[in-house]
Design a protein around this ligand. Sequence first.
Ligand code: CTP
Ligand code: CA
Length: 226
Amino acid sequence: ALNAASSDILKGKKVVVTAGGTMERIDPVRYITNDSSGKMGFAIAKAAQALGADVHLIAGHTDEPPPQGISAEQVESAEEMYQAVLRVFDDSDIVIKSAAVADYRPAQVATSKIKKRGDTMTLELVKTTDILESLGQRKSSQYLIGFAAETDSLEQHAKDKLKRKNCDLIVANDVTAAGAGFGTDTNQVHIYDAEGLVLELPLMSKEEVARRLLLLAAERISGRSV
Ligand code: CTP
Ligand code: CA
């Protein structure tokens, strides 16, 4: 059932995807960011479009430019990403938060280059908005998918995030596993919902992970609407 008819399984659905890492400015020449190539998010955007969805990609800092032919919006900071997502959230059907959002940003952004002074330097950081958590509180019919990249206690952290952020699904991966780290072309994920493990995928290309995730989401939302 998921082959012949699957090319338009998301037809008419509005899918919002965030990808890449946010950049939090320290001064005009420096910033704080996270490891994130943007590959997983781009693969999701492309797969959603291939399945017939109307895709809006919101991209932070990535290794490569966003894929051609996809409506993309470039953002820098967590705050900009939050505002960009909020503008389209109410009108979307599926929201996939694959971006690596900085948890903290500098309390002050210097307007001119900070000069080197003493032997140590302290930077004060303040928490950014948790975009996914805020969407989880705001959601009505949107199907919300979060990510959890972990180095340990994968299942426990993933389940905790799913609950705390009120997501419908969480895609968890162990970044220390071979072939599943940052910048790789492959990934190995476990997908959880509130009931527990839904899908455990073997090591496969990020394109295939994306496709399998979207087929699962499509199945779930069609189950809800009938
Ligand atoms: N996320 C977000 N906004 C933030 C931080 C995270 O939307 N300020 C989203 C990520 O895009 C991802 C999910 O929340 O979909 C989990 O991100 P992660 O960094 O694993 O979770 P945190 O809650 O930040 O926990 P920690 O970094 O302590 O593991
Ligand atoms: Ca985090």
